[in-house]
Design a protein around this ligand. Sequence first.
Ligand code: ZN
Length: 324
Amino acid sequence: MKTNLQILILIFLISSVSTIEVDAQKLAANAQRTVAVTIDDLPVNSLRNDVTTQTTITRKLLQAVTLHRVPAIGFVNESKLRTNDRLDERRVALLRMWLDAGLDLGNHTFSHPDINRVPLATFKEDVIRGEEVTSGLLKAKGRTMRYFRHPFLHAGNNIETKREFEKFLAERGYTIAPVTIDNSEWIFARAYENALMRGDKQMAKRVAEAYIPYMDEKFAYFEQQSMALFGYEMKQVLLIHANALNADYFDKLAQMIEKRGYKFISLDEALTDKAYTSPDTYAGTAGITWIHRWAMTAGKGQDFFRGEPRTPAFVLKEAGIEAE
Ligand SMILES: [Zn+2]
């Protein structure tokens, strides 16, 4: 029989070993996991177009982003800076809030067209038109616009268009902003806003409470996908949107990401990962993660892509969307 003292020592040893192990795991995770946060459809993607609502959404989103010290980049659709087809300085002021918070801005085209549906010449014109205001704001801060994000993540449904557009971007000084942690956050956001506008606070809460675990699963999935393709966890790039859902829940989202052992980094830093130099010949109609573009280019079979988390049926229904 053990004495009380022996039992106490045993308990102490067991508990201290497990504490050390947990700390070591945390440390290892902290050392290796990094993610850049990219936020699309600036100034705001909302069904509510009035300046007051959009200012509130921007202020709340930037508060949470700043609280977690996230060096985020926002991608602008300048068509959203207009009221009755005239440039609205009150909406331009929303972009200044991003720059004043120390964040970066990139081009997401003027009016969010689909490269797979309009002539390439028209699409290019929309990119150029999308530079006018934002590049001026950046210039006033001694900076330049450096990144382009494809609307719908559509990069051309044939290799000729894709390559020609890439050449155009490079000539105008743009670097493509890829996405690795792709997700259907925009569906959750639409469901959330639909519920809010109907005054159904309970449903809005239910959608938001499903959002964080869904994103947690997405992170786990793309961590695995990176391991499977490259043998290590790459510096990830997350895509979300400037919407009411993130204005209210980015704080919780960032907490989840931090709990997974991530450090927030800039897009510049993420793209130093050699994974981003992988060949990409994908020229389909889908707007998918770059990890899967690289995997398809490398000839991975169907098995590779299995297990991607799905949006819950009640969220799709509330968003009025039939399928992902
Ligand atoms: Zn977009």
